[in-house]
Design a protein around this ligand. Sequence first.
Ligand code: ARG
Length: 416
Amino acid sequence: MAKGKVVLAYSGGLDTSVMVPWIKENYDLDIVTFTCDLGQGQDINAIREKALKSGATEAFASDVRTTFMENFVLPALMANALYEGRYPLATALGRPLIAYEMCELAKKTGATHVAHGCTGKGNDQVRFEVTFRTLAPHLKVIAPVREWKMTRPQALEYAAKHKIPVEATKKNPFSVDQNLWGRSIECGELEDPWNAPPPAAFQWTTHPEEAPNNAEWVEIGFDRGRPVSLNGKDGSLVEIAEELNKIGGRHGVGRIDVVENRLIGIKSRELYEAPSAVILIEAHKALEDLTLSKESARFKTLVAQQYADLVYNGLWFSAFHQDLMAYVASSQRYVTGKVRVKLFKGSAMIDGREAEHSLYSKSLATYDEADGFDHEAAVGFIRLHGLPQATQARHQLLASSAKVEVPNLIPTSDTK
Ligand code: ARG
């Protein structure tokens, strides 16, 4: 009988490199590696070569940056998706795309298994495996890191024994994942939430205190919620994100330091660097401030939270997502215009905004002569708006001092 095949999500790092011989030894499968470029700044062809040198039967590498930006990041940007209000979801957005590509490759190569290098404590295992189960339920999943119980020194030893090239490990003490939408940093010193973020954790951003003393302005053009230009020059999403990562990073913009609630119930200290995500989301929100009605804007913040949760929780390929997206996309039809953002020592401040279909009316807002607001109308409005509260005060709040008794929700031994 022909040997089975496994498609392995291969980053070329220590763990996934060790996985090549380990899976062969423990599962007797041919290894097909898959590496993709999400804008993490690695040479994926060199990684592909390394996979072959490490014993993979076949090795694939593809540049999926455009798909990542168009089909994964743009929807999240339109939704202003920030997990727990802060994390722009770079890693969480990348996983379903990688998993999708692996399912496609499994089909193409006739693989029976898929494998990833995630641990048993994180969100990424969930994102990968939920996607596999959704798109290709016949594939069996191998998660070596969950099984092999090797420490880092043991993994290094295993690599040496199997002649796996491991870069002269200058012992990166952090676990890092990065793509065009941001850089996620975990582990090491930062596991103690009392520790200040270790300077070595950051690679894309200058420390705000060391950022230039002169501010820099960027102007972002949007067409129905989609960034289309930077400083007056049209560009693709990939180009705009790349450029903003550089400019923003130089000014120390996009450092995020959080204690985050993982799906599997653990609280985790995480650092992120996401200059372009932070700038683009801020700018996009500023344009929505001009173009969405109060009700739409309020409702959209609820949608943003749901949206961020579903992405974080690995439910990208769900009908709920499609339904929410339909609302988000529809909400973007007047979000066209431009926003000027001032970058200065770690901050990205909105400095100006302008929209084709702005709901902002100078003649209504102004206190100058051009005032077009009917001041008389305010009198009746206030009377009606305040009527229920005034009535309540007369009958309740000012009339009696009824006390609240809160029932004890945990029974005590003397409550029989
Ligand atoms: N906590 C983030 C998330 O779940 C980032 C995970 C980063 N992964 C890593 N291997 N460092 O999306």
